[in-house]
Design a protein around this ligand. Sequence first.
Ligand SMILES: [Zn+2]
Length: 338
Amino acid sequence: MINHISELYGRQIKLSDLSEELQHHPAIHVRPALGKIAGRWVCTRCQAKLKPILAGLPNGQFYCYECIQMGRMDTLQGLATVDEPNRFAAVKHPMSWRGHLTALQAACAQQIVEVFKNHRRHLLWAVTGAGKTEMLFPAIEWAIHHGLRIGIASPRVDVCIELFPRIQAAFDGVSSILLHGQSEAPYQYCQITVCTTHQLLRFYHAFDVMVIDEVDVFPFSGNPMLHTAVSNAIKPSGGLLYLTATPDRSLLRAVKSGDLSVGYLPILYHGHLLPEVTIIKLPRIAAQIKESRLPGQVMTMIGRLVAASQTIFVVCSHDSGSSASWGGHFQRKDSLPI
Ligand SMILES: [Zn+2]
C-alpha cells in the first residue's frame, strides 16, 4: 500500500495500490489502465495492443496479458501518476570515487556528459573489461550537480545486483535504490535508481538521464514492451545512453539512420587493444574432416601456437564434425594438447 505522495513521483501505479486518502490527493493524475484506440484495447502502462480473445475476462472486462507479471491492468483500474518534481537534497561533492580514468576512458566519459547535457540518445560500444561503469561516473556526477533524476537499468538482474553497490560506493552521500523482482526493500523516492528494465514499467516521465546496460541481451533485445518501458520512464526531454560490448542489429540500424550517436572503445582498462581477428576461409574443410584429415594450414597454425605455449580455443559447428572427433583427431594423430 502506498501512503506517501513521494512514492508516486514520476511513477505509474495502480490506483487501488494507493491509500484511500492518497487516491484523492490533488497532485495525482489518473489515466484509465486500458484505453481504446481505433476500436482496440491498448494497455496504458506497456502500450500493448490487445487481442480481444486473449484480453477478455469472464465478467465482461478486459485486462493486459502482456505486462501481467507486474500486476494486473484491467478496464476497472486507473493508473496514478504524480509529476516528477526533482526534489533532491543538494550534495556539494557527490562523487566519493577517487579512481582514475585513462585518457580514452575520459574521452568516452566526456561524450556521455555531452549526451546528457544535450538530451541526446547515444550508444557506447565498449569491450567487456573497458571499465564502462567508471566511465559513467563523471556524467552521473554532472547530473547530481544539476538536481537531475538518474535511472540505470539492465535486462539482467545479476548485472543490477553487481552494479548497485558500486554506484552506492561511488556516490555515498546520494540517495539510491535497487529495484528488481526479488528485492524486498520497500520502495523509496531516490535520486539514483538501479533496476531491471521490467521495473521501468512502473515509472512515467521520471528520469532526466537514463543508462541501459547490457542492452543487447535477453529479454530486452527485440522486446517492444521493454523498449516502451524505457521510453515512458524517461522524461520527454531526457538523455539516454545504451551500453554494450555487442550491439545487436536494431542498435546498429539506429546508428546508421542517425537516431543514435555512437562511441567505440576497443581497449581494455589496462590499455591493451583487443587483438584483431583474421578470417581464413577453407572451403574444403568439411570434406577433409569426413576423411579424418585437417587442412595442412590448420595443422601448421596449431603446431606453431602449441610450440609457443599459447592457449588454443577450437570451436566447431555441428555440420563440420563434433568437437570430440576434432579432439580425438589431434590426440590420436599428433598428440597435441588441446
Ligand atoms: Zn500492459
